[in-house]
Design a binder for this molecule. Structure first.
Ligand code: DGY
Length: 326
């Protein structure tokens, strides 16, 4: 008998067809929210669910309402909205899509770094607004990238892809903050591991690409921001909650740091009353690290492979987040 699966994100037609061939597929096409009755109703008999951007946590409270669930396939690398203990208690497998988005996400984070340093969006707006009437004056100058010091928080796959770009393409010095040392980046890119405070004091660009966990939640506070150089630029491509966003807005407004490039926010979509929207030294992008045609296709395919394998009771591969459930 076919198993029941709920798809709650838009994916390419051919990948949706693979799910429809394999399972009794229900497509839930409103915003998925673990607290919302309509979503729970769609999942009432589900053996599996697949999708991304769930608004709220998949925890005990949610899982008691979906008692048949055996596998969840998230179309993302991050899985911070899943309570792993709650999944373990019920033997529910969780799979993610890590490798396929590494390079695309590194591209976007490097784009944010470069565009923030060179004030690309602001200067484009300057022309759109008809202000380019003579050669620009120093108040519009950007900041060099090549030869500067990149301080990176985290040293996973995406961090390594960013460091490669920084070292090989831009001759940057690399500092990193991470629980464990990574000999490969130390050898290949002369990266130096250091304490967080030392990194913040020395880096010209601070890039955050850490998972959101209890330890990293609000890691970057007002105090940490005050350690950064006034000329430094902060880039967050990980999760908004790693930074105290109010403190960051104040630091940008008071020129404690020079600028920021943000792809992620405490609340997404960013509310229209956010103080960040009033600042011109912050470049904003709407959580698009992996949002290219090629990468999103590869993520959808990977997530479909994952749910098919998990519900066939095959051992999932490197994308299995919680192999301890068996
Ligand atoms: C990811 O894959 O985790 C991206 O941040 C999208 O959520």
């Amino acid at each position: 008998m076919k198993k029941n699966v709920v798809l709650y994100s838009k994916i390419p037609d051919d990948q949706q067809q693979r799910l429809a061939d394999e399972f009794n597929l229900t497509v839930f096409d409103s915003s998925p929210d673990a607290n919302k009755d309509a979503f729970i109703k769609a999942l009432a008999n589900a053996d599996g669910m697949i999708g991304s951007n769930m608004a709220s946590r998949v925890d005990d409270q949610f899982l008691v309402k979906v008692p048949k669930l055996k596998a969840a396939s998230t179309i993302s690398v991050g899985f911070d909205n899943y309570d792993l203990d709650a999944l373990k208690k019920r033997g529910i497998r969780l799979m993610n899509t890590p490798t396929v988005l590494t390079e695309g996400t590194a591209d976007l984070i490097f784009t944010l770094l470069m565009a923030t340093a060179r004030r690309t969006a602001e200067l484009s707006q300057f022309i759109h607004n008809g202000k380019w009437t003579k050669s620009i004056t120093p108040e519009y100058y950007g900041t060099d990238i090549h030869g500067k010091t990149l301080g990176i928080l985290g040293m996973g796959r995406i961090a390594k892809a960013i460091v490669k770009r920084a070292h090989c393409g831009f001759d940057m010095n690399i500092l990193y903050y991470n629980r464990s040392a990574h000999e490969d980046v130390e050898q290949d890119y002369q990266a130096k591991r250091c304490e967080l405070d030392d990194l913040l004091k020395q880096a010209d660009f601070v890039v955050i690409i850490l998972p959101l966990t209890k330890e990293t939640d609000r890691l970057i506070t007002k105090e940490k921001l005050s350690l950064m150089k006034p000329s430094a630029i902060l880039i967050n491509g990980a999760r908004g909650k790693i930074v105290d966003q109010q403190a960051l807005a104040e630091a940008l407004q008071n020129k404690v740091i020079k600028a920021a490039g943000l792809d992620v926010f405490e609340v997404e979509p960013l509310p229209m009353d956010s103080p960040l929207l009033k600042l011109n030294n912050v470049l904003l992008s709407p959580h698009v690290g992996s949002a290219t045609i090629e990468t999103r296709y590869a993520m959808a395919k990977c997530a479909v492979d994952n749910i098919i394998a998990a519900l066939k009771d095959e051992k999932p591969t490197q994308n299995w987040v919680n192999p301890e459930v068996g």
